[in-house]
Design a protein around this ligand. Structure first.
Ligand SMILES: [Zn+2]
Length: 458
């Protein structure tokens, strides 16, 4: 998540190349190494878990001297702790509303700077490359592209002698420009896309000249859409090439579009509520609203099915409305509706704690349960033991940030995403978890919660 970086514990949640985990470095600029050297790509793979030290041989092999020094300064504990996230702009590392505010303001500022930049000389170009608000992984990808170190055939053969340099899809030589612009595989996918014209700017150019031209002639919004789609297509291409995993051809662009749309909407809505708390229009009062700056909101819901079975659904979103995670589970057997609601909360809290998501606002459409939790009243029934468990998990969560869990009641309309999850589970007794991209079928609901559904657009 933007605005945070990782504090390394055992490294099991942190991706080496995609996450921010080196203090003082916004983006990680790896030296060219074969992408498949450490297939799981997690920081845990370069930690000696037994000794609680960095695996110096692997660190040596993967990183330049400059990074080796920085990495060696990151303390590890023995036995290793869980990874945690810290707010990167405040000195103490704990996030405050104030530091969050400055961070958002800086992002606004960089948006303004970009519109004045001419992009003529290279140092300015590198600056501009980071400016439009977009996900760190997209920026990281662009950086690799401009440095010509994406693992395409022509690059990989420099590192691994046995690898060929042909394109898997058409057998021509696979350069970066081939993979992202000229290959028939990618041309087909760009056709008819809203930013197809931006894609066409790449003709007869190098990656860096292509990006320069894009930055010179396009609006920030076009750049955001174009670069996100480019990244999505790259990911999809790699998936098909290495994992034989396949999305429907027509799915990729809509998926990339709604991903960037919800990211932008979330930014706008959080900026709106930062500037003035009273910017929500009447129609939005009954709608889901993002939590205060710095918080994560957990919405949970349960469904008791008539023909037996109980479903649980939880969704986690941050203060910009950005999707952070979701989970659903369907179980055989039966219980009272209120007990089912309590169990849904347990599932959501376990997930939030597992991923160190704190401070937390917990929102449920079960008023009786929320009141019980607020009063922390004693209850010796079965429900009471679930409430005890909820309060215990809340305590763990409070320990992560030092901030109390807030219990909030929300009408059905504000809880639609969790409701959908609770009623859509298809496989018995297997919990499904999403941590990065939401399931496709959830995108419309998530968008609508941000006031950007098809009816509200424009
Ligand atoms: Zn090709």
């Amino acid at each position: 998540m933007d605005g945070f970086r990782w504090k390394v514990g055992n490294g099991k949640l942190i991706r080496i190349w995609d996450d921010e985990w080196i203090p003082g470095k916004s983006f990680f600029y790896p030296d060219p190494v074969p992408a498949n050297e450490f297939p799981d790509d997690l920081v845990s793979s370069i930690i000696d878990q037994q000794q609680g030290t960095w695996d110096s041989e692997k660190v040596e092999r993967l990183f330049s001297a400059q990074y080796r020094v920085l990495i060696s300064k990151i303390p590890l504990s023995s036995p290793p702790k869980e990874d945690s996230r810290i707010w990167k702009d405040s000195v103490s590392g704990s996030y405050t509303v104030k530091s969050a505010y400055f961070w958002i303001r800086n992002k606004q500022q960089s948006k303004i700077d970009l519109s004045h930049g001419s992009g003529e000389d290279n140092s300015e170009f590198w600056q501009n490359l980071w400016s439009p608000p977009t996900q760190p992984k997209v920026k990281n990808f662009l950086w690799k592209l401009c440095k010509n170190i994406l693992p395409v055939g022509a690059n990989v053969t420099d590192w691994v002698e046995t690898a060929g340099d042909e394109c898997t899809f058409c057998n021509l030589k696979e350069t970066q420009m081939h993979a992202l612009r000229d290959c028939a595989w990618i041309r087909r996918r760009w056709q008819g896309c809203e930013v197809e014209n931006v894609y066409k700017l790449g003709e007869n150019r190098t990656p860096i000249a292509w990006m320069k031209e894009v930055w010179r002639v396009c609006s920030i919004e076009q750049i955001q859409k174009f670069t996100s789609i480019l990244w999505f297509l790259w990911k999809e291409r790699c998936n098909q090439k290495y994992n034989n995993h396949k999305l429907e051809e027509g799915d990729i662009i809509p998926r990339a579009m709604s991903w960037i749309d919800s990211y932008l909407a979330a930014q706008v809505s959080s900026l709106g509520s930062t500037v003035s708390g009273a910017t929500l229009s009447d129609s939005r009062i009954h709608q889901w609203s993002p939590p205060p700056v710095g918080f994560v909101k957990l919405n949970s819901d349960a469904g008791v099915f008539q023909n037996g079975g109980v479903g649980f659904g939880c969704v986690l979103r941050d203060w910009r409305g950005a999707f952070v995670g979701a989970t659903m589970k369907k179980e055989k057997g039966s219980c009272s509706p209120i007990e089912a609601e309590a169990r849904a909360l347990v599932i959501g809290l376990v997930e939030a704690n597992r991923r160190n998501l704190s401070p937390l606002i917990v929102e449920s459409d079960c008023q009786v349960l929320i009141n019980k939790l607020r009063r922390r009243e004693e209850d010796f029934t079965e429900l009471g033991s679930w409430c005890d468990e909820i309060l215990r998990l809340a305590k763990v969560n409070e320990g992560l940030s030092g901030s109390q869990v807030i219990w909030s009641f929300a009408g059905r309309k504000k809880n639609r995403v969790a409701h959908w999850l609770a009623h859509s589970g298809s496989v018995w007794d297997r919990q499904v978890v999403w941590t990065e991209n939401p399931p496709l079928s959830l995108l419309v609901l998530l968008e609508e919660d941000l006031g950007r559904g098809p009816c509200n657009r424009g």
